[in-house]
Design a protein around this ligand. Structure first.
Ligand code: BV8
Length: 246
């Protein structure tokens, strides 16, 4: 199988996957770095449906703390988020930004419609009427659903372990058709996102690049690997893609 080259024209299809590493320099913790979130709490206690059924107050508290931190004034998009928004605005071909992150930093940087495959911390989901709503304050077991009004049925609109991520068919179709797959700021631990690079390789047409602080679990599958701080390597990569004119 020939190795696809990076698109030189601005008409190719690009799929971008981001993870917690792109938001680290904005002040949000990653999960698996030393001192990261999973060093402080266990996935089984706060990020599974069983955890929520067993101790909803604990899970609400975990996300209330992260939501408050995200909405604190000092957390804002960094040059990596800005560069991806610039790429979307300047690229004539299709760009699909898929993020594993539940923060809103891509939107605040100007990305038009990021696909949050793991959901969004600033949304609530009602398990009674199934509607979702914007949600920017603390949530607890007595919070009423803004749509149906029922209490005790709200959860944060986030995909927990063992739950199906959002819009997988749309993502898989885009991966099979893309000319460039960029994986940014992710350790490649969590599936199905960690398997996206293999799906692009199986399709046999897209160039694959990993931009991360350090090699990820799937690093050997990428045709191109660039390591460094996202706020530095992502703008440089986008500048190169756009031919230096941004
Ligand atoms: C699914 C919640 C199937 C939101 C998250 C048993 C049952 C079911 C499934 C499984 C199972 N066992 C295993 C699985 C699969 C499981 C999985 O992959 N487990 C792993 C741990 C082995 N996956 C799932 O359960 C998924 N669902 O498979 O469903 C199914 C099928 C049919 C029907 C129903 C279901 C669901 C996965 C989503 C889980 N939710 N989070 C939240 O609280 O945030 S995942 C969690 O990890 C986060 O959401 C995060 O997005 C995700 C990935 O982490 P990363 O973003 O990569 O972050 P990480 O800290 O790991 O890495 C950061 C990287 O950045 C590092 O490499 C670092 O070097 C780099 N970095 C740091 N600083 C910088 C930097 N890079 C650049 N610049 C910097 N400055």
């Amino acid at each position: 199988m020939t190795r696809a080259d990076k698109p030189t024209s601005k008409t190719g299809r690009i799929v971008i996957l981001t993870g917690a590493g792109i938001s680290k320099e904005s002040g949000l913790d990653t999960f698996r770095d030393p001192g990261g979130i999973w060093d402080r709490v266990r996935i089984e206690d706060v990020a599974t449906p069983d955890a929520f059924a067993r101790d909803p107050d604990r899970v609400h508290d975990f996300y209330n703390t992260r939501r408050r931190n995200l909405l604190a004034g000092k957390v804002r998009p960094n040059p990596a988020h800005d560069a991806l928004a610039r790429l979307e605005a300047s690229w004539a071909g299709e760009v699909l930004l898929v993020t594993q992150n539940i923060d809103n930093l891509h939107e605040r940087a100007g990305s038009r419609d990021p696909l949050h495959m793991h959901g969004e911390i600033l949304k609530a989901l009602c398990t009674s009427c199934q509607d979702d709503s914007p949600w920017r304050h603390d949530m607890d077991t007595a919070s009423p659903c803004p749509h149906c009004g029922r209490k005790g049925f709200l959860r944060v609109k986030v995909v927990w372990f063992g739950e199906m991520p959002y819009e997988m068919e749309r993502i898989q179709a885009a991966l099979a058709a893309c000319d460039l797959f960029l994986s940014i700021g992710t350790s490649g631990h969590v599936y199905p996102a960690a398997g996206f690079v293999a799906e692009v390789r199986r399709a046999g047409r897209g160039h694959t690049a990993e931009l991360n602080l350090e090699p990820s679990q799937g690093q050997s599958l990428f045709a191109e690997r660039i390591y460094g701080l996202a706020s530095e390597i992502v703008p440089a990569y986008v500048e190169d893609l756009l031919g230096g004119k941004t």
